[in-house]
Design a protein around this ligand. Structure first.
Ligand code: FAD
Length: 486
């Protein structure tokens, strides 16, 4: 009989791991604590509006790339149509200065020079580097050949290793510097990371999938079930069972036991290592990662249902107020307004959806008992501030917000188990610049981890690639060849 495998979590990593496992003959069951697939790749409905949490762009959307081939092999892109925007962000400040960060490096160059001719040499170099980044493909495997292929681009990537305020410090024109820093800032990560996103969008490799996150998760769920896998929803894993140094099943929250020949955890990394496995399989390197790396922050995620046609508004507007604005216990130097006009399936005809995500502190939100009066009051207050900002940007739409919704750090933690509400795993910082994280634990075999806690930068691509790697590892444990369907 083929060996059995339990996978913890039906997020994008867990579902992908399930598909790879079935391709390689494992009897596979996924255990998911929520009632639906997708994890962070999710959306919810309010009065005819669909509020999508996850997707703005999918790296690997370009046909012919290795990642696209892998997505096709697991059925991620079944019936998916991608659309693209002309620009990464449109940035506006309180004084009315406006800058469009075009995805096309030639147009971007023109726009930046128009804004600040005195910065022409810097702009030339920046846009040349973005052109180079367009050729960068996310490697599926970290082989020596891949490393050699990446070498010429490493110099470019390293040049913008610091966050935008430091990587772009040479820009002379203070207004250009402020707007560009705001447009490229991504929670304090290395500037290379958003520049790669911009470059990929420009080369057709960072499209937006019409329909948003849910169809992607549903496609993976369907492929997994079609391949003969099973999913147990509404069931939380408490512990991973270890016998003789081998993972051999899981204990569920009702204390029942699910035996298996191997386990893959796609749940939160800290919970997996320090709670499900009680920290018994750890070394200094792993402890160091959990001590020193910086996770993505928790968010207040605002969704606005607007009773007006938004097709004339920018796809993404970064607004830089005169002074930072305090919302949800944190000061914010700028706000990103994401407009979903490009995806008419998400809202009733003639209307529109805007989402805004602002990073906040877990400690601040911990003060308020979940769903208590103070908690609700804080959320209402924050929503009022965002609606006020929206009205300030678009005075003619100030009264058009007919539905709103706020997800707090606790919402993220409750529905996906993510540590302290982090909205993805580890940030790409100068100290953790595309580093490789272990997906196995010392002293434990027939076990692997996948998902956003074993890659830096998170994302669906990281979830899929790490899932492939985890199943490859399990195949190795059983002395079995591995195939990924490509
Ligand atoms: C606001 C936002 C915008 C984003 N934008 C993009 C984007 O444009 N492009 C992109 O590629 N990515 C984007 N991402 C990131 C992407 O959604 C995630 O990185 C990816 O979906 C993570 O998948 P995962 O499977 O690793 O983790 P998760 O989605 O967190 O899945 C983990 C799963 O495990 C389950 N689980 C946890 N603990 C247990 C347990 N004890 N027992 C049983 N089940 C358990 C959870 O319920 C969950 O379903 C965005 C994310 C957010 C929040």
């Amino acid at each position: 009989m083929n060996p059995s495998l339990v996978i913890i979590g039906a997020g994008m990593a867990g579902l992908s791991a399930g598909i790879f496992a079935r391709m390689n003959g494992f009897q596979t069951e996924i255990v998911e604590m929520h009632g639906i697939p997708g994890g962070m790749c999710t959306a919810w409905k309010r009065k005819g509006y669909t509020f999508d949490l996850c997707i703005q762009c999918l790296s690997g959307s370009k046909p012919g790339t290795d990642l696209h081939r892998l997505y096709e092999a697991i059925g991620l892109l079944d019936n998916t149509t991608f659309v693209s925007s002309e620009y990464w962000k449109h940035v506006r400040d309180a004084e009315g200065n406006e800058l469009t960060l075009y995805n096309n490096p030639d147009r971007l160059e023109e726009e930046l020079i128009r804004f600040s001719p005195e910065d022409t040499p810097f702009i030339h170099r920046l846009c040349r580097d973005i052109r180079r980044l367009q050729s960068l493909e996310t490697p599926i495997e970290r082989s020596i050949l891949e490393t050699i292929r990446l070498l010429p681009l490493m110099k470019v990537m390293n040049r913008y290793k610091q966050p935008p305020d430091r990587s772009l410090a040479e820009i002379k024109n203070p207004v250009l510097r402020r707007l560009l820093v705001a447009g490229l800032d991504w929670d304090g990560q290395s500037a290379t990371f958003p520049m790669m996103g911009l470059a990929w969008q420009g080369s057709g490799n960072g499209g937006y999938p019409l329909g948003g996150s849910v169809p992607l998760a549903k496609s993976l769920e369907k492929r997994f079930l079609d391949l003969g896998g099973s999913i147990r929803y509404g069931t939380k894993v408490k512990k991973i069972i270890v016998e003789g140094g081998k993972a051999s099943g899981v204990i569920l929250s009702d204390d029942s036991v699910l035996h298996a020949d191997a386990v893959i955890s796609c749940a939160d990394g800290r919970t997996t290592i320090f709670e499900m496995l009680e920290g018994k399989f750890c070394n200094d390197h792993i402890m160091g990662n959990y001590r020193d790396l910086t996770p993505f922050p928790p968010l207040l995620f605002f969704s606005l249902g607007i009773n007006a046609d938004l097709s004339g508004l920018p796809d993404v507007l970064t607004y830089v107020p005169e002074d930072p604005v305090e919302i949800g216990g944190t000061e914010h130097p700028y706000f990103n307004f994401y407009n979903f006009a490009k995806d008419p399936g998400l809202y009733p005809a003639g209307k529109g959806v805007i989402t805004v995500w602002v990073p906040v502190s877990w400690e601040h939100w911990q003060q308020f008992p979940y769903q208590g009066e103070e908690y609700r009051h804080e959320k209402e207050k924050a929503a009022g501030q965002i609606i006020e900002l929206f009205g300030r940007l678009y005075p003619h739409l100030a009264d058009a917000v007919e539905v709103y919704d706020v997800a707090s750090p606790m919402t993220f933690s409750r529905y996906t188990g993510t540590w302290n509400g982090a909205y993805e795993g580890w940030r790409v910082t100068p100290d953790a610049f595309f580093i490789s994280l272990p997906n196995t634990l010392p002293g434990l075999s027939r076990f692997a981890m996948a998902g956003q806690w074993v890659v830096t930068g998170g994302g669906i691509s990281g979830a899929v690639i790490s899932a492939r790697k985890a199943v490859q590892q399990i195949c190795r444990d059983f002395n079995q060849p591995f195939q990924d369907g490509t």
